[in-house]
Design a protein around this ligand. Structure first.
Ligand code: SF4
Length: 222
């Protein structure tokens, strides 16, 4: 795909020199915990989810326990993660299915995961990579979307299309990794409200650099 911006392979290489992120920024000890945490993270920060899940996971150690808890109690426990009614409904329903179809375990394929209530391709890709180390898709959240657009890695506007675009450009073995790397840079340097372009390793080639006009002008003066 023709594009202007920093070559994707270069972005990946430079980010790997800068950061060594975990497979997931969500705290979990089992695939089930990562699945629940990822469902909770929709339109909510990882930090907030990580504040809520320790007590939630202490109270519910199995899919059966989540399936059997009342809608009201679960809503109360996850209230601060936003859209709590829908999330509680989906968590209870998906855990019921896990018990019925998978003996309470989290399945390890994209097809099986996306058949669960409230689990789309992004959530499934995060769980498959984070819990099982499987690269089944690039998960595009707000950080990844912002960075991909600012760096010129894509011209697509929706998360699903950006995911497909990145999957064409990034080796499959790095699909999970690039999500965590772009999130790291998006949090440390290229935040949504405050781009620190003067501190960014991509500044000279980034099409969205705030310093671009000044730099171009100063280069012409030499
Ligand atoms: S140069 Fe600026 S806009 Fe481009 S990636 Fe770096 S911080 Fe973001």
């Amino acid at each position: 795909m023709p594009r202007k911006g920093v070559p994707t392979a270069q972005v990946l290489r430079m980010l790997e020199e800068l950061y060594d992120p975990p497979r997931s920024f969500l705290q979990f000890t089992t695939p089930l915990e990562l699945l629940i945490a990822t469902v909770l993270s929709a339109r909510c920060t990882d930090a907030q989810v990580n504040r809520v899940t320790p007590s939630l996971f202490a109270a519910h150690r199995s899919a059966k326990s989540f399936a059997q808890t009342s809608q009201r109690d679960l809503e109360k426990a996850i209230h601060s993660c936003g859209t709590f009614r829908m999330k509680a409904k989906n968590i209870r329903a998906l855990c019921k299915l896990l018990v019925e179809k998978f003996d309470g375990e989290v399945p390890q394929t994209m097809e099986e995961l996306t058949a669960l209530p409230g689990v789309g391709r992004k959530t499934a890709a995060i769980v498959l990579y984070g819990a099982f180390g499987k690269n089944e898709g690039v998960a595009v959240d707000t950080h990844v979307q912002r960075l991909a657009l600012r760096l010129g890695l894509t011209k697509k506007s929706t998360a699903d299309k950006i995911a497909l675009d990145l999957q064409e450009q990034v080796p499959r073995a790095k699909w999970g990794r690039i999500n965590a790397l772009l999130i790291s840079h998006g949090r440390a340097v290229c935040t949504s409200r405050n781009r620190k372009c003067d501190q960014c390793v991509f500044e000279r080639h980034c099409p969205s650099s705030l310093l671009r006009g000044y730099r171009d002008l100063s280069e012409k003066c030499h």
